[in-house]
Write a protein that binds this ligand. Structure first.
Ligand code: FAE
Length: 531
């Protein structure tokens, strides 16, 4: 481990131990009302940006709405599991909001979790679309499945035609993979372990129907997983942990980019800090901040000025901040393209009911490792991750999260009475994704003689496309910003997260978000910031 990463991890540990909401090494400057650079959020785009700013010697403050997830609760664990959720699971909710509504039509999936608390998973509900996001130091990396595929080059070029693909595939995708700690399962282990029986069953069914499958790399350490199975280490992927956080095994951003960023001694993270407004003054940008406690109480309001402002609050968060700034005339020259080009990466969930002779296993790894790759289909392109259903009993279910190439896009508008951005996504806009998923899974069902499950998504539905894990767009590269994320109409204002990607990227998106952020900040450091 590098000295820099060690310094960053130590800063996280001591902040957690002392209950601090400001994380930095001892050498970093503590209190200021003006800093050279501010980065909003601590997800993928922000983490990359802060590290590269810190490396360049630029004093940088990161502002994160959620908590630092580094301190064990009363049960000795930092995160709770999907099987036994408590208030740590959800962002200010009295009940969990897992993607499955029911099991065997019974209301046994979601649980009451008591007093609302600054938990780690949020679901932002808009009409016809619920958007899942992570809250805390590390953003989505805290709650996601860790799947780390690189997009197919032809589709990347189609979606982001003005980005130099040669440079991305030669330089920035390999860099992102290395920095994120991406690894791949040992093929011998995959073939024999009972914890991936569900993946092998779905793979066999896909092959019987004439589809190809592929192994998906991940940031969960597969060697750790093997040791979990042998009971040599505490279990995480084998203990039902994933969407409410993994206590072990996963290289979330707080263990990689963010530790390195803080370890530069130039980067400070302020947690439980909501950016509510952005305006300009003669020194640069002024952010209005709300400091909250873990119960949601607003402790104080303050302002922070900066010369360079990087927005990495995620597709919904960044779009909302810029829309609000435009519509309240705080930043009136922002482009009309802010708020447009949003998509769900064509996410659709579905499940098949297997024959009794095809059990999927009662002990399942929460970390997916295989996908059906039908992306080259000219009419119905889909990349369907084979997902676990880790509830500790045999379910005979094959679950999938399909990514489809839907052309549908939503847009955001600003509602002055609520001061929030609202997503406009019509009920029929998910239909192309459902049609694509249906084409794929109908063929598998015909080949195997199976049917869909109707007991999981409420209303006897076979497909759920009214929620997504992969919100993308809202401040699209080359439209709301220039080709490097510089926001049109303003100097020294940048977007650095998934809102740059125009609604679809064909695979799980965080490697692309990371690689694009690396590319953009390299250019910005070379041209906009004099160090
Ligand atoms: P993101 O990671 O969302 O970070 C934004 C951060 O900004 C968050 O920490 C927010 O709390 C913070 N924030 C928002 N608003 C404010 C504000 N006003 N003030 C201060 N802070 C704010 O942004 N992707 C994959 O590639 N592979 C997977 O296996 C995968 N599985 C997923 C599973 C789940 C359950 C979920 C929810 C997502 C999954 N994703 C997966 C998606 C992935 O996590 C997501 O694309 C990235 O996290 C997006 O990165 P951003 O940098 O855009």
């Amino acid at each position: 481990m590098s000295r820099r990463r060690f310094a960053g991890l130590t800063a996280f540990t001591s902040a957690a131990a002392l209950g601090l909401t400001q994380i930095s090494t001892a050498s970093a400057v503590q209190k200021r009302t003006f800093v050279p650079a501010v980065v909003v959020g601590t997800g993928y785009g922000s983490a990359v940006t802060a590290l590269r700013l810190g490396e360049a010697g630029i004093t940088t403050t990161m502002l994160e709405l959620g908590q630092l997830w580094n301190k064990p609760g009363k049960d000795g664990k930092i995160f709770c599991s999907t099987l036994n959720p408590d208030s740590r699971s959800m962002w200010f909710s009295r009940r969990t909001k897992a993607p499955l509504d029911t099991f065997l039509w019974l209301d046994v999936v979601n649980r009451d979790i008591g007093t609302p608390y600054a938990g780690v998973l949020d679901r932002i509900d808009f009409p016809n679309m619920g958007v899942y996001v992570g809250r805390g130091v590390g953003g989505g990396s805290l709650v996601n499945g860790g799947m780390a595929p690189t997009p197919k080059r032809a589709y990347f070029e189609k979606m982001l035609p003005r980005v130099d693909a040669d440079q991305m595939y030669r330089r920035y995708f390999p860099l992102a993979n290395k920095m994120l700690g991406v690894n791949t399962i040992d093929p011998r282990y995959l073939e024999q372990t009972p914890v991936y029986r569900y993946a092998r069953v779905s793979r066999r069914h896909a092959h019987q129907a004439g589809f190809k499958t592929t192994v998906i790399p991940n940031v969960y350490d597969f060697r750790y997983l093997q040791r979990e199975e042998r009971n040599q280490v505490p279990r995480s992927a084998l203990a039902g942990e994933v969407i409410y956080g993994n206590n072990h095994g996963k290289q979330s951003l707080d263990k990689t980019y963010l530790a390195d960023a803080v370890g530069t001694g130039k980067v400070t993270i302020q947690t439980l800090t909501r950016v509510t407004a952005i305006r300009q003054d003669k020194t640069g940008y002024v952010l209005t901040l709300e400091k909250i406690d873990a119960s949601g109480k607003v402790l104080r309001r303050s302002e922070l000025g900066c010369e360079h402002l990087f927005l990495g609050a995620g597709s919904v968060g960044t779009t909302e901040l810029l829309l609000r700034a435009r519509e309240t005339d705080a930043l009136p020259n922002l482009s009309a393209a802010i708020g447009t080009g949003w998509g769900s990466n064509g996410n659709v969930m579905t499940s098949r009911a297997n024959h009794l002779w095809d059990p999927t296993g009662f002990l399942q790894s929460t970390i997916p490792t295989l996908a059906i790759d039908n992306w080259n289909d000219p009419i119905h392109p889909a990349f369907a991750e084979i997902a676990p259903l880790p509830i500790g009993i045999e379910t005979w279910a094959s679950l999938y999260l399909a990514i489809t190439a839907s052309p549908e896009r939503g847009r955001f508008s600003y509602n002055p009475s609520t001061d929030r951005a609202e997503l406009h996504w019509g009920a029929t806009q998910s239909n192309p994704s459902i049609a694509t998923a249906r084409a794929l899974f109908d063929r598998i069902n015909r080949a195997i003689g199976t049917t869909y499950r109707h007991d999981l998504f409420g209303g006897n539905r076979e497909f759920a496309a009214d929620f997504c894990y992969h919100p993308l767009g809202g401040c699209v590269l080359g439209k709301a910003t220039d080709d490097y994320g510089r926001v049109r109409g303003y100097r020294n204002l940048y977007v650095t997260d998934g809102s740059l990607i125009p609604g679809s990227i064909g695979v799980n998106p965080f490697v692309t978000i990371t690689a694009l952020a690396e590319r953009n900040i390299a250019r910005v450091l070379a041209t906009d910031l004099r160090t």
